[in-house]
Ligand binder design. Structure first.
Ligand code: NAP
Length: 289
């Protein structure tokens, strides 16, 4: 990588930001396409609260091409931007900012990146399907919006704190003409929905190292169901291992990470993202290759 006076800068705002694999992924993509761009991590602290506002102002002041936004800034950043893309506004969170001549536009590429990678790797599209989403946090919200927008037959939202699942389902039912059920994340509540599910996706942090495992009747999923897990450390979670043992199609969290990165890359550069290169460098950064 050669930095010169014309090099354009992109980056990521987060706290913490030291474990991010996005620099590896985007820098490999810039290099592969011969773009004079570089991607760097910016540790933007959550406190004092004015730090995020100042960091967003610096995108204009330093003429950055754009930035990714990660925990804990994804929701709070909206109020500092000039324009919010419709999907990001609906989701209420921004993970990518694009600077067009000083005008800052916020996007959310998590849900679209999820669906893009799911289709590419398993052929699955939500239209007319029964879908079970485990979790009701920030990631679930962006994935659910993208899924509901594609006319599934039904969606079950299952969460440890059932109130959060209920709140999400109430909100979504006002916006989408889809049958939505909110249940507690437990065997007897989810069991009845398993045998008709076309997709089961874990959006909780269960399955991450040290975060426990599921006690759910996965054996009743149909043989053509897709099992997806957005956790990516480890890459092969216990959920995905169980699905593979049953020869079900699987989709892992790194694919979503690469999918969202690819869409953001295209927003910044106007060029098609070299997805395989991005995936390879993300895997190397995680020590998986
Ligand atoms: P979040 O907003 O904090 O939501 C966490 C979710 O996990 C909630 O539904 C929470 O349930 C549930 N949960 C946490 N611990 C649990 C436990 N021990 N038992 C049952 N449920 C539990 O977090 P998030 O931003 O949505 O992220 C969730 C996961 O997705 C994380 O592992 C994150 O690394 C991963 N992620 C991956 C990508 C990707 O690109 N692959 C992108 C974003 C996030 P309660 O509501 O009951 O607390």
């Amino acid at each position: 990588m050669k930095i010169n006076g014309r090099t354009k800068i992109a980056g990521i705002f987060g706290d913490p930001v030291d474990h991010t694999v996005s620099p590896a992924m985007h820098n490999a993509a810039f290099e592969a396409l011969g773009l004079d761009m570089v991607y760097v991590p910016f540790h933007v602290r959550s406190k004092p609260v004015y730090e995020l506002k100042r960091a967003v102002e610096s995108i204009r002041a330093l003429n950055l091409k754009g930035v990714n936004v990660t925990i804990p800034h994804k929701e709070r950043v909206l109020k500092y931007l000039d324009e919010i893309d419709e999907h990001a506004r609906e989701v209420g969170a921004v993970n990518s900012i694009v600077n067009r001549n000083g005008k800052l536009t916020g996007y959310n590429t998590d849900g679209p990146g999820y669906l893009l990678s799911l289709k590419k790797e398993t052929g699955f599209t939500p239209k007319g399907k029964n879908i079970i989403v485990l979790g009701a946090g920030g990631a679930a919200r962006s994935i659910l919006y993208s899924i509901l927008d594609k006319n599934p037959r039904s969606v079950v939202i299952a969460n440890r704190t059932s109130r959060r699942a209920e709140d999400l389902s109430t909100e979504f039912m006002e916006k989408f003409p889809v049958e939505i059920h909110a249940v507690k994340l437990e065997k007897r509540s989810i069991g009845p929905y398993m045998e008709k599910a076309g997709l089961l996706v874990n959006t909780t942090s269960i399955g991450m190292k040290g975060n426990g495992s599921f006690d759910l009747p996965f054996e009743s999923l149909p043989g053509d169901a897709v099992v997806s897990d957005i956790v990516y450390v480890p890459l092969d979670t216990a959920l995905l291992k169980a699905a593979k043992a049953r020869r079900l199609k699987t989709h892992h969290g790194l694919s979503m990470l690469v999918g969202q990165g690819a869409i953001t890359f295209e927003l910044w550069t106007g060029k098609k993202a070299p997805v395989d290169i991005m995936r390879g460098s993300a895997m190397r950064a995680l020590g998986l290759k």
